[in-house]
Write a protein that binds this ligand. Structure first.
Ligand code: NAD
Ligand code: ZN
Ligand code: ZN
Length: 334
């Protein structure tokens, strides 16, 4: 079968590999769609501060597929049914997994990052990672639900503790951030969208942002919203945006860091301490939250913007995403 594999920094190629066989407790999925995340670019271009990525590895951590074969001991999965894959699936028995914080399990082998992912015709997945896709959710929407929507939801709701009526700033309205704008406005927040690309800002306006601004042209003397900004979610995470996030937020507010733009760098400033600003990391999301976001999509509350292309075009789209030329998300159909 065809698979897009990472062989080491800047060496990402389409190759032929054997179709995998599901081990005990695993399911073989025929991939129906797999979304392209900026994290794939960080992996390919070695921008994760030396974080170890095994090679060769099939990338692709946003997966929707159809169950076609069950490994030994798997009983509760229906052949022929569509499933979304919960990427950071945990061990199921540590204290994080038992308390519903399975995204923090240290035993997890993240799909498409620590084990082979979905840029292929078939992928094997632990059965516990599978969440049924509601009828009304398309394949590509289900794929991007597993990260671009899930991660945004977790950052705003669980880590950010967003409340209706709050002012919320979203920095970087790309694949993730555009969903964050929709989620925050659906939950009654007043959203400020910040980006450096006019087209992304226009999309954010169409998806519910009350105010959109080029982040480089913010006037520090002029409050951008009609209310204080209680929560800033940073989907870029470079040194400038991390600083901007800390400047925008009100006293006692929350800054949630999602983007991996620069790993390292100074974080806390005096203002964080004297004004009780909480600067928090946010990682992916939980399995329960994945079911929640699939439901939000099924009900039309969140409409992820995603276009599909053949897997054979993946290298072109990696370059386009890197050049900032993707609006919303791209997903591949093998
Ligand atoms: P993307 O490329 O689709 O979107 C990034 C957006 O940020 C674009 O709209 C771009 O124009 C904008 N941008 C770039 N530089 C900017 C700046 N200086 N100021 C304002 N806006 C700027 O990327 P994505 O797939 O949405 O991913 C965003 C980030 O989140 C990446 O770093 C990715 O690795 C990370 N990520 C983290 C998690 C997590 O669990 N923490 C999960 C998924 C992705
Ligand atoms: Zn991702
Ligand atoms: Zn665990």
């Amino acid at each position: 079968m065809r698979a897009a594999r990472y062989f080491g920094p800047r060496d990402f190629r389409l190759v032929e590999v054997e179709r995998p066989v599901p081990a005990r407790g695993e399911v073989l999925l025929r991939v129906r769609a797999a979304g392209l995340c900026h994290s794939d670019l960080h992996i390919i271009y070695d921008e994760l501060g030396g974080y170890p990525i095994p090679a060769p590895l099939t990338l692709g951590h946003e997966i929707c597929g159809e169950a076609v074969e069950l490994g030994e001991g798997v009983s509760d999965i229906e052949l022929g049914r569509r499933y979304a894959v919960f990427g950071p699936v945990g061990c199921g028995h540590c204290r994080y997994c038992r308390s519903g914080r399975d995204n923090l399990c240290s035993e997890s082998r993240w799909m498409g990052i620590a084990r082979d992912g979905g840029y292929a015709e078939y992928v094997t997945v632990p059965a516990q990672a599978l969440v049924p896709v509601p009828e009304r959710v398309g394949d590509a929407e289900a794929a991007v639900a597993t990260d671009a929507v899930l991660t945004s939801y977790h950052a705003l709701v669980t880590v950010g503790r967003l409340e209706p009526g709050q002012g919320v700033a979203v920095i970087g309205v790309g694949g993730l951030g555009l969903n964050a704008v929709q989620i925050a406005s659906a939950l009654g927040a007043v959203v400020l969208a910040l980006d450096i690309d006019e087209r992304k800002l226009e999309l954010a306006r169409q998806h519910g942002a009350a105010v959109v601004l080029d982040s480089r042209q913010l006037d520090p003397q002029k409050p951008p919203l009609d209310r204080p900004i209680s929560l800033v979610a940073d989907f870029v995470g470079n040194d400038q945006t991390k600083l901007l996030a800390q400047q925008l937020v009100e006293r006692g507010g929350r800054v949630v860091l999602v983007g991996l733009g620069s790993v390292g760098g100074p974080l806390a400033a005096l203002r964080d301490i004297a004004e009780e600003i909480a600067v928090l990391g946010s990682f992916w999301g939980t399995r329960l939250e994945l079911a929640t976001v699939l439901d939000l999509i099924a009900r039309g509350i969140v409409r992820p913007r995603v276009e599909t292309h053949p897997l054979d075009e993946i290298l072109t789209w990696v370059e386009r995403l890197r050049a900032g030329a993707v609006e919303g998300r791209v997903a591949f159909v093998p």
